[in-house]
Design a protein. Structure first.
Lengths: 483, 328
């Protein structure tokens, strides 16, 4: 925690934020430059998504995952209805406006003796992308591999399932068309950029809640916890269960989620990490244990929700415009909660004795132990705190994005690692700065014409590799010679 | 009794299934990374997916089988170079982070609409589009052959020919690993695993050795991807993180840093896994739906992985002294 030493800290933090902003700008510029030609390559479909077109595509697969031709699917949405027959290749249609469309499979057209795994799929059409609804047809077999074909409803495609976000974007394009800011080549208007910037801040703040914990775990134990992604999904799952199954009001559900998730951290440290620490198990082995834990948790989560995507809040999102950015009301509240919690974390780490001890252990465990700090106790607190925060992050993400599936944490884990590496592994404030940068870059990268929304997470990897090449210790980390 | 013998035969079939060979080969590659060199590669599925796409796309574009085979291997080597350059000079866990991220990103890229002309997007590539040249190579006569309780077609997707080819590749890989790990080169690798600084002090170029190991293991991984898709189709969603984790379990079960560990691990793992799943599906049919049985089996694999690492990190065949990793 070198970054927080009183004298050096202020200047360095300002510098870091500056560098972070710069990095964000370069990264988005780099990505803007690349795929100009890409937008026209999508010729296999009958509808090519661009800045003003949204496409919906039904995908019908047989039990071998191969396209099944000749099946009729009805696409219905606001003031729009069309029957599409599947072919050997992808088919898609342009829809008049963004929003939710229902795909209904015509069971009369299925081959004899087969059934579809669902008769209806809901997809969210968005400008510049193709929303897919997948049906799997087989002989009464349940689909395997969970979300394998449930692509459209995955929060992997992130904000697309956020009704308010999509609406906001559509509106922005409308504004752009009225004014003169709309570029002919489909480049985004300023209002769109600003909207995505807002979404990016939202994503960054919620990501920060989880990645600060990941960074603290790394700092105090040396473990890159691969199970942290599942801890985030667990939060979303608990939020879903406590609101929809137990009928708790949302604020109570948030508290319950945090408590239960923190409980899992305490339990893990009691039965797993604590005893292993006492045995002196090497860090590399512990990391593989986190892999096993992540796999186990992933299947536990799937037992509850299967491959389906779930909504935490049953009601539809209410859009709210603040400073030209339209997000759902729940998103704004989530952001406020995140800011408060992050502030509390900062206060805890810098002002309280335990917080200072945490940073001391993170800096140098042996030295901290010599000054009378009990590293074992600190590590337990860190596990409890970071799993609790990850749970909160998961629940807030699921609320802001509208829905989630079991893959939520898997994707977030990559972004968390990118954020933590960018900020400097082991530094709490570095993780915060890194998360905001990653959040903004990920959301802004959807503005690139022709960029499929599922690929925006690739920007996280791009940043990760650039950081490792240029400044491996991260923005706030301390350079250590490793070879 | 009928039920029991059916379950047993199904599990026996897993011992020689092409998928088991694919896992064995992927674990052999991972063993070169982790077991011999101490590199944490948590993205073996990414290498496999690269190999699968490389092979399938090359074949669809008209390449003969062996050229497509080379393209597949080259795809894995390329990915290893790309991931190795930024990470191998740094602390070990950066490679872990970058590989796990890259594997996911490759999967996203494969299923995205951007390159759907080549990769088939989320639905992937149908097996019939790329299996032709491989199946035409078969020297076996048409028909079915029964050996013991196992009966398969001679030629075709799920055939004896696929099995013979897959296990031959595994055999060659085992032979190569045996040769290279007992060479001076292999001893340097083990030295890097034990103490990187000591090896560096001896004047060895640690970065180059690590890179060579990463590329070799990556090529094994991508060829494993080729074997994986030969009997089925290329579906990016079947080759995600779970695949990587299974490969890890296979390798650690058999024993890291052992020659036959990955092969034994793969056979044992899939025998037990199939036994568990079919057994539970039959036994728990009234208690829970088939879907949950799959989840329960996956949960058990996760717990098993944790238990192996905690209680017997050397696996079945390994030597505990071999696991004195230089953790940095």
């Amino acid at each position: 925690m070198t970054a927080d030493r009183p004298i050096a800290s202020a200047a360095r933090r300002i510098l870091a934020v500056g560098v972070a902003a710069l990095a964000a700008a370069t990264a988005s510029a780099a990505m803007l430059a690349a795929p100009a030609a890409a937008s026209t390559t999508d010729v296999a479909t009958t509808c090519t998504p661009d800045g003003t077109t949204a496409c919906v595509s039904p995908v019908v697969l047989d039990s071998d995952n191969e396209p099944l031709p000749g099946i009729d699917v009805t696409i219905a949405g606001p003031g729009f209805e069309q029957v599409v027959t599947s072919t050997d290749g992808p088919v898609s249609v342009a829809v008049p406006e963004v929003g939710t469309y229902t795909l209904t499979i015509d069971e009369d057209t299925l081959p004899e003796g087969t059934t579809a795994n669902a008769t209806e799929r809901q997809v969210t059409a968005q400008l510049g992308s193709t929303a897919r609804g997948a049906f799997r047809v087989g002989e009464g077999v349940a689909p395997e591999g969970g979300g394998a074909t449930d692509e459209p409803t995955e929060p992997a495609d992130g904000g697309t399932s956020d009704g308010a976000g999509a609406g906001g974007e559509g509106e922005d394009t409308g504004i752009g068309a009225d004014g003169s800011t709309q570029n002919v080549s489909g480049w985004p208007a300023f209002s769109q950029v600003w909207q995505q910037f807002g979404s990016g801040i939202r994503f960054g703040l919620l990501l920060a809640l989880a990645s600060v914990g990941l960074s603290l775990i790394y700092g105090t134990t040396g473990i890159s916890a691969f199970s942290h992604g599942e801890q985030v999904t667990l939060g979303a799952l608990l939020g879903f269960i406590s609101v929809n199954w137990w009928g708790l009001p949302v604020p109570v559900a948030v508290v319950v989620t945090i408590l239960v998730c923190a409980g899992t951290g305490w339990l893990q440290d009691m039965v797993l990490w604590g005893p292993l620490r006492k045995r002196g198990t090497p860090v590399m082995q512990l990391m593989i244990v986190t892999i096993g834990l992540s796999m186990a948790l992933q299947y536990v989560i799937q037992m509850f929700i299967g491959g389906r995507s779930q909504r935490v809040l049953p009601s539809n999102a209410q859009p709210l415009e603040l400073a030209g950015i339209t997000l759902s009301t729940a998103s704004w509240i989530s952001m406020a909660v995140a800011v408060v919690v992050i502030g509390a974390m900062a206060w805890f780490l810098t002002q309280t004795r335990i917080g200072q001890a945490t940073r001391a252990v993170s800096d140098n465990a042996a030295l901290a132990a010599a000054t009378g700090i009990n590293p074992d106790r600190i590590v337990r607190i860190v596990w409890i705190m970071s799993t609790g925060l990850a749970g909160l992050s998961g629940m807030l993400l699921a609320i802001s994005f509208g829905s989630f599936t079991w893959t939520l944490g898997m994707i977030l884990l990559l972004l968390m690692f990118a954020a933590v590496t960018l900020g400097g592994m082991g530094t709490a404030f570095g993780a915060l700065a890194g998360s905001i940068v990653i959040g903004i870059v990920v959301e802004m990268s959807t503005l690139i014409p022709g960029m499929p929304s599922s690929l925006r997470y690739a920007s996280g990897l791009l940043i990760l590799i650039l950081v490792l090449l240029v400044r491996p210790q991260g923005l706030l980390g301390r350079a250590v010679r490793v070879g | 009794m009928d039920e029991l013998s059916r379950i047993l035969i199904q599990a026996l079939g897993q011992l020689i299934a092409p998928a088991t060979a694919a896992y064995a080969l992927a674990a052999i590659g991972l063993n070169l990374h982790f077991g011999y060199t101490g590199l944490l590669n948590i993205g073996q599925a990414g290498f496999m997916l690269m190999g699968a796409y490389g092979f399938a796309i090359a074949t669809i574009e008209g390449a003969p089988f062996w050229l497509a085979f080379l393209v597949s291997a080259g795809a894995g080597a390329l990915l290893a170079l790309l991931l190795g350059i930024p990470t191998l000079k740094l602390r070990g866990d950066y490679l872990a982070i970058v590989t796990i991220s890259a594997a996911e990103i490759i999967r996203f890229a494969g299923r995205s609409t951007l390159w759907a002309d080549y990769t088939g997007g989320a639905s992937g590539l149908a097996g019939s589009t790329y299996k032709g040249p491989f199946q035409a190579l078969s020297p076996l006569p048409d028909g079915r052959t029964t050996i013991g309780p196992l009966e398969y077609l001679n030629n075709g997707s799920d055939s004896w020919w696929t099995r013979i080819f897959a296990w031959s590749v595994v055999l060659v890989a085992v032979l190569l690993v045996w040769l290279i790990t007992r060479s001076p080169w292999g001893r340097v690798l083990k030295g890097i695993r034990e103490d990187e600084d000591a090896v560096r002090a001896l004047g060895k170029n640690v970065f180059a050795y690590k890179m060579q190991a990463l590329v070799l293991g990556g090529v094994a991984g991508s060829l494993a991807g080729l074997l994986f898709v030969l009997p089925i189709s290329v579906a990016p969603d079947n080759m995600g993180r779970t695949l990587t984790f299974f490969v890890w379990t296979v390798m650690l079960l058999g024993g890291a840093a052992t020659l036959f560990g990955p092969v034994l691990g793969a056979m044992l793992f899939f025998f037990v896994y199939m036994l568990l799943r079919t057994g539970m599906r039959a036994g728990l049919a009234d208690v829970m739906p088939a879907q949950n049985v799959e989840h329960l089996a996956g949960l058990m694999v996760g717990v098993a992985l944790m238990c192996i690492v905690i209680f017997r990190p050397q696996g079945i065949l390994g030597n505990k002294k071999e696991l004195a990793f230089d953790v940095r």
